[in-house]
Design a protein around this ligand. Structure first.
Ligand code: PXG
Length: 289
């Protein structure tokens, strides 16, 4: 496996960064999770835009243009001969001292790109649907650590993920500080009821998959709503599903013990999943081997 590290492709065992890197010491950095389908990087431009927005807020300058960053993703995929895979793009602030002060990070940020195969939820969960729960750990407040930042500090989500797995579930709904539904630990949440597809508006990551699903829904003449959603509305929805780069679109059939709709993946969910699969075949940056 070849890893992209600061402009060079190196072997996995040689892809190392310092223990003084602020990404390691403090989770100080940004990342993206991207997928490629049949030698097309799905919505690469949107992922790169989101990465640069996170870095802008963190005041990290990778010393690369967006075009150079996109090209580096493609170079890494080619070097690993990956047509269908998952790309992890990481920019950490770089080496500092043992203090918090980012001004002490005098070296350059570390830019790392890993291209690998993807691990999905088991196939039967896409057929039967998944059960999830709401967990006690709430989303970070936007005025503390805004959930719209895809930063290397993912402890908020990891704590929630632990609560889910300790209770025997794969995913968990995290609520916002005000008690409204936020998102899952690595996925956005959707509900469908009476012709309207709804998803929380703020206090969540602006998912690339979520945006694609909203576009597809509009094309299918389904009404969409982005706003406050309560757990009560989730429990009483006709359909529910989660979206994310890794999971794509996974049907949810039970939340906190409440059966959603008829307890089976819904028709609209299936239609959107089909449409999403079609989209991944034509949307994206094409590359040759
Ligand atoms: N919300 C959060 C908190 C995420 O981390 C999404 C939504 C979906 O966004 P995209 O752009 O992928 O549609 C994510 C996705 C994992 C994992 O192991 C998930 C993500 C990142 C890293 C790992 O499930 N992010």
């Amino acid at each position: 496996m070849k890893i992209y590290l600061n402009g060079k492709l190196v072997e996995k065992q040689d892809a190392r960064v310092s223990v003084f890197d602020h990404g390691f010491l403090y989770g100080d950095g940004a990342f993206e999770g991207i997928r490629s389908y049949g030698s097309r990087v799905f919505r690469l431009d949107q992922h790169i835009d989101r990465l640069y927005e996170t870095m802008h807020t963190l005041m990290i300058d990778p010393g690369m243009t967006k075009k150079q960053m996109s090209d580096a993703v493609v170079v890494t995929l080619r070097a690993n001969k990956i047509k269908d895979g998952y790309i992890r793009l990481i920019v950490s602030r770089g080496d500092g001292d043992l203090g918090l002060d980012p001004r002490k990070c005098l070296g350059r940020p570390n830019v790392i790109i890993i291209a690998d195969k993807i691990t999905l939820y088991p196939a039967e969960l896409y057929q039967k649907g998944m059960e999830i729960i709401t967990v006690p750990t709430a989303k970070n407040s936007p005025n503390a650590l805004n959930p719209q930042l895809k930063s290397l500090n993912y402890l908020n989500n990891i704590l929630a993920k632990m609560e889910a797995s300790l209770s025997g579930y794969n995913e968990a709904i995290m609520l916002e500080q005000n008690g409204y539904v936020g998102e899952c630990t690595g996925d956005n949440v959707f509900i469908y009821k009476d012709g309207v597809l709804s998803t929380p508006h703020l206090g969540r990551l602006k998912g690339i998959t979520c945006a694609a699903i909203l576009e597809l829904a509009l094309k299918m003449k389904i009404k969409v709503f982005e706003g406050y959603i309560t757990r009560h509305e989730v429990y009483n929805a006709n359909e529910c599903f989660l979206t994310g780069t890794a999971a794509e679109l996974i049907p949810i059939v039970k939340v906190d013990g409440r059966v959603i709709g008829n307890g089976k993946p819904g028709l609209v969910t299936k239609k959107l999943l089909d449409a999403f699969h079609q989209l991944t075949k034509k949307d994206g940056v094409k590359y040759d081997m």
